[in-house]
Design a protein around this ligand. Structure first.
Ligand code: HEC
Ligand code: HEC
Length: 173
């Protein structure tokens, strides 16, 4: 989260310094789709698209995010609201892949949670993002909880199994 805030503030500073408002061609993170032009016009005036293109939410979640932006000054007409929320929840809904370089193939070690990790953790980013991280049990607990919030389809029992598996194989040294 803090990374997002930092980039938002950097860009506000840049805007204040007179940088031109980004053109659509300058927003490769935003896929084509209805409503894209509204999102570019409204959402990239204070921060770059990277500040929100990594977020994954359903339509309700995006509606809340956009409402928060309105509170801090985003200019969104009622007609734009539907177009913007429609675009964001299609382009960046739960389960849509994160932008970035293609992921590396990963051989997961055998274990109780292997099938859960394969089925739920590769939906939005590569498994290299999972296998490349070395974390303490507490950190894995927080990460998996955050991923479930983003949309990883795991109930509470499955989350515990996944955390135990990740802690066993990808522990911080
Ligand atoms: C008036 C300036 C402004 C506009 C316009 C704006 N934002 Fe933001 N946005 C911010 C600032 C400042 C932050 C960081 C501080 C905060 O979250 O309160 C931020 C942060 C965010 C975050 C990160 C919040 C989090 O919880 O991680 C998201 C997502 C976001 N904006 C989406 C959008 C979208 C979508 C639009 C277009 C509807 C938009 N923003 C338009 C100023 C703006
Ligand atoms: C619905 C989309 C989605 C799913 C499913 C998902 N992730 Fe993520 N993941 C993200 C997003 C978005 C980020 C980048 C933002 C962040 O770190 O909060 C991320 C980042 C990460 C990171 C790097 C963040 C850090 O703090 O190191 C790890 C590790 C990770 N995910 C592991 C997992 C695991 C394990 C699963 C399966 C339980 C999973 N992800 C499933 C969306 C998802």
């Amino acid at each position: 989260m803090h990374k997002l805030f930092a980039s938002a503030f950097v860009c506000i500073a840049m805007a204040a310094g007179g940088a031109a408002v980004a053109q659509p061609a300058d927003n490769p993170l935003l896929p084509e789709g209805p409503g894209r032009d509204r999102v570019v016009a409204v959402c990239t005036s204070c921060h770059v698209s990277r500040a929100f293109a990594q977020v994954r939410e359903n339509a309700n979640g995006w509606k809340n995010q956009v409402s928060e932006m309105i509170l801090i000054g985003a200019q969104v007409s009622p007609a734009d609201m539907d177009a913007i929320v429609g675009y964001l929840s299609t382009a960046f809904g739960p389960g849509t892949r994160l932008p970035g370089p293609p992921s590396q193939a990963v051989d997961l070690p055998d274990g109780a949670a292997k099938i859960l990790v394969l089925g739920s953790c590769a939906r939005c980013h590569g498994l290299d993002r999972v296998a490349g991280a070395k974390r303490s049990p507490r950190e894995w607990d927080h990460i998996v909880e955050r991923m479930a919030f983003y949309g990883a389809p795991l109930d509470e029992g499955q989350r515990k199994t996944v955390v135990a598996y990740l802690t066993e194989h990808y522990a911080a040294k």
